[in-house]
Write a protein that binds this ligand. Sequence first.
Ligand code: NDP
Ligand code: 2IT
Length: 454
Amino acid sequence: MSGTASLHPMLVPMFETVLQRNAGEPEFQQAVLEVFQSLGPIAERRKEYTDWSIIKRICEPERQIIFRVPWVDDKGEVHINRGFRVEFNSALGPYKGGLRFHPSVNLSIIKFLGFEQVFKNALTGMPIGGGKGGSDFDPKGRSDNEIMRFCQSFMTELYRHLGEYTDVPAGDIGVGGREIGYLFGQYKRITNRYEAGVITGKGLTWGGSQARKEATGYGVVFFAEEMLRRVNDSFDGKRVVVSGSGNVAIYAVQKATQLGAHVVAVSDSSGFVVDEDGIDVDLLVDVKEVRRERLTEYSAQRPHTIYTEVGDNSSIWNVPCDIALPCATQNELGEEHARELVANGVKLVAEGANMPTTPAAVHLFQDAGVLYAPGKASNAGGVATSALEMQQNASRDTWDFETTEDRLREIMIGIHDECVLTAEEFNVDGDYVAGANLAGFMRVATAMSALGVI
Ligand code: NDP
Ligand code: 2IT
């Protein structure tokens, strides 16, 4: 795999072991390499962290669960899907991370997401370890009843591994409020316990937190706002492009618009829509969140917009912008896209999705002087607000929207500042990738070291 030349010599054999032990898992290998590339300066400057056995252990999940999920569709046909939960690291708290339902899900994807989650959760400063799960189930076109039966079957196996002190899932791609409801309902039924803190992203009338739905998208924008503030700039008047049109994208569009930006494009896996009047968030919510329709429907309601199907030569990243927020999926923004964005004058890229930018594209942005924030820092607002939901559940309290949003904003400012200060400490000023990886790593490594070889 390219990129190993830039590794500290101590890390080369460790990465070779990762490659051997996780053969055929390209996304996981990519996520590990990206963190390893930042860890070199630890060896020179912070000798207390050069207990290399910690790095070896950090790459190996504490537990990996794979299970069969049988379910019956509306026609009576039996389907078999595969379920996953990778409990990656519990040095800082119970495993915490979302569930993804998408046909592309496999062990590599869940492990890369779990690995990223460990460092992301550490960056929030909250008491949460890292994990991730999901299934290769495709929710598209399925009825409510089919979704419910699938969720019930999935939880009938998963419940035995969960608990508010053990492992606390939430949503991710294909898992939103409806699915969390069915999953929590089945957990409650099997265990006969109203253990609200076992899952987050719950509805507001049954243990959920205000602002959790909005938190990831809002958090990305708060993080980007701090990056801009640091260079005496703001969202006001900026042209913004947001990929995706799901949970993260919708609320990134909403907050950027509230801060005075002009959001001109969003996408889904079929195409993208350019709306020069500015994306109408209420319509987007209605089309995607309420009616679960495609972006073609948004475009049909706004005749001045231009809808383009994705293809080899057409991508949302061709739309000129000052700020790009990739909020769809991993490796959605490649080198050619980055080249196009830079040529069109992009100033800032902040990731709402997990690992949406390929390594070559990241380097291109950094070399071109584009402000670039990795998802493990900039999209941490979702899981941070999940931890706030757990706090409210534990204290049987509920906070109002404003209080919760204020906490979220403080947390994002805190993560931003920690990335900046850590990058300065290690002489890589302005490198948010190195800052995030080093700060997250040091927090997990300190706890792992204190807890002994386990
Ligand atoms: P949703 O399912 O709500 O939305 C996903 C969006 O991304 C949809 O517009 C979807 O289009 C698009 N998309 C998904 N897969 C692909 C693909 N293979 N190619 C092109 N487009 C795709 O998910 P979320 O908004 O929750 O998640 C988006 C990203 O943000 C993910 O990377 C997730 O891991 C990350 N994230 C989510 C958090 C959360 O709290 N939900 C927290 C932190 C990160 P279509 O409808 O056509 O499939
Ligand atoms: O990637 C992520 O951080 C999430 N999908 C949210 C995880 C959570 O536990 O809220």
